[in-house]
Design a protein. Structure first.
Lengths: 354, 354
DNA sequence: CTGTTAGCGCATTCAG
DNA sequence: CTGAATGCGCTAACAG
């Protein structure tokens, strides 16, 4: 109150427009900044009357804490990174929606990070990652970690949850891709198909046990069960995109002995394949059967036989796992396995002349 | 080096695991923290030899600046908020991808914010928005601002760019939705249709000039041009989702005098309508023609006649506009208008008996 | 229950 | 060209 040491402010650069601070609130409420801090954060040891007065003043001034200052003082940032190969692919967008909903509810901020190209990935996971340093948590969607990266992250203070990769160190959300692909392929086999094509993922996979890898494994197993051999010429890379799926299909069907059925490792590729079949003048399932994976919201429109899974739930679950990691007795690392179910619709049928 | 005042550290809570600081780098490089700061940020007035030595040490220790401390000192955060109604809808995911790519390239962080429900929206735009305070920029995708919100944001220090809304205050990226919808409807009219249904957006739109509003306006204008009246019973709300589009279609087609053609304001709704038509046993375009809007990647697979636009480009452009806003002589507010083009495919044809 | 006092890690005048 | 000092806004002991 007394203008004792009033002219203390020397505001140098005047970066922020105005931005009222905790000090301002304290002054107007006639309390110390410490009390304001306690009151506003709902900490104990604050007289009810004091608290409400502080809250009132804060509201009047529409005071908002500077998260950066807070972060600097506490060490927590309440923001988690969400890493996806890309955000404009159906599956990842669904997962992201699930994650965002849960985390936003918990008052966490979500930093979106596409790691499609190697650059983005490096920026996030390399030793000198400036972004990682500002995160309390990290959710990785199909961004596969190498052993080294796992070690680095585990040594770090950041909480991590993976979706699509199982590791010993971090909680995860996965589905049994092998079993699901096995079921999908068996369905084709049961129908009588003997030449079954595979439209798969990226060729340059560095890690053996990624999602497409597991699905492929299920496919091969089903073949073996039926005493069939795997033929490399029945496999094509569709890059998990509609366009890629379409091109892969054209490739497969223009071989000397084309398959009578095709298993695409994602619905988007399957729909691309559907398109290619149409362009090629092939009837589905008359000339060729097609199975997808995902149960994309448009799969039903196409009558696409596919493996259903629930990516939004995967994301929400991953978000919850991450939040749980903050509990005081740290929970044990849990690995959630989501459901999958074969949905037989109308793009599959027995092969011609069967 | 000399242990003069060495035991100065009193590390209270030991929040961060270890996290080497600028001070550590300074010590090892035998310079002051000020010099390290200058050297690492490429500022002038640093001897080349000193700079390289500092850089070397920083690299060895894999030092990374603490963004929060930096932010507190400078006032800039290098992070921009990306607000979307939801992230798991095709259009928004595409825009987000475009935004993310451009901003990540520029070293900016992207904070994802879904404002689907009112809560998320309030959290971002209300007076006491803790998130807004930590942003240098804000990109709003179809998140329409009221006059009050515009004023608040303009008074703020944050740079904003809108996509899908034109305002005087902020740069924007839009398309001429009215003209595009006019063209789409004219196409149907030219084909001979006289009863044209509309599958539109959310019923509870508070603002008149939103995206669905403009498209609807183009539709009505086309009708008037052809001396036709607008009939409320020819309009149904599809909520911009596949499912909603499907339901809206069922609703429209089960009326006493169903339309012979339908214009859906998004491809996702159009595809839902396609599905419904199939369920209802209606042939497309035999019994009913359908036009969409977007040119969703699957539109071609369905042979869907639609209005093409390029959402990823919209996002990238918005990102670039935002980055430009940081230039010293602030650029004048630019309003970019993206292209649209009617793509006639196979879901439209003259009405029966025409 | 409340105020005082140190920092959190970095950027930045202002002297040298 | 470089270093010492100060403050960004807030939280966290530690005394009262």
């Amino acid at each position: 109150m007394t203008p004792t040491d009033a002219p203390k402010r020397r505001t140098r650069t005047r970066t922020r427009a105005d931005a009222i601070t905790i000090e301002e609130v304290a002054r107007r409420a006639n309390v110390s900044v410490a009390t304001v801090s306690r009151a506003l954060r709902g900490l104990p040891n604050v007289a009810p009357s004091t608290r409400s007065r502080v809250e009132q003043v804060a509201r009047d001034l529409s005071y908002q804490v500077d998260t950066y200052a807070s972060r600097l003082a506490t060490g927590r940032s309440d923001t988690v990174g969400l890493a996806v190969p890309n955000i404009n692919s159906w599956y990842f967008a669904q997962v992201a929606a699930g994650v965002e909903a849960v985390l936003a509810d918990a008052g966490m901020d979500v930093l979106l990070h596409s790691v499609g190209d190697g650059a983005g990935r490096a920026r996030l996971l390399s030793g000198q990652s400036p972004v990682r340093r500002r995160l309390d948590g990290l959710i990785l969607i199909d961004v596969l970690l190498t052993a080294t990266e796992i070690r680095t992250l585990a040594a770090d203070r950041v909480h991590v949850v993976t979706v699509g990769q199982w590791t010993e160190e971090f909680p995860s959300v996965t589905v049994d891709n092998r079993a699901a692909a096995l079921a999908a392929t068996r369905h084709l086999l049961d129908l009588g198909h003997r030449r079954i094509g595979l439209i798969g993922g990226s060729a340059h996979t560095s890690l053996p046990f990624d999602v497409p890898g597991h699905r492929r494994q299920g496919y091969v197993e089903a073949l073996l069960e039926a005493s069939l051999d795997y033929h490399a010429d029945l496999e094509a890379n569709g890059g998990f995109s509609v366009k890629g799926g379409s091109e892969a299909m054209v490739h497969l069907m223009s071989e000397s002995r084309p398959p009578s059925a095709v298993f695409a490792l994602s619905d988007e590729m399957a729909m691309g394949a559907l398109q290619a079949a149409g362009d090629l003048g092939l009837a589905v399932p008359g000339d060729v059967s097609i199975v997808g994976f995902d149960d994309h919201e448009l799969a039903r429109v196409f009558g696409l036989t596919t493996v259903r899974q629930d990516p939004e739930w995967h994301g929400a679950t991953a978000g919850r796992l991450l939040l749980g990691l903050g509990d005081d007795p740290p929970p044990e690392i849990s690995h959630v396995v989501g459901d999958t179910r074969l949905l037989v619709r109308s793009t599959t049928a027995p092969p011609r002349g069967h």
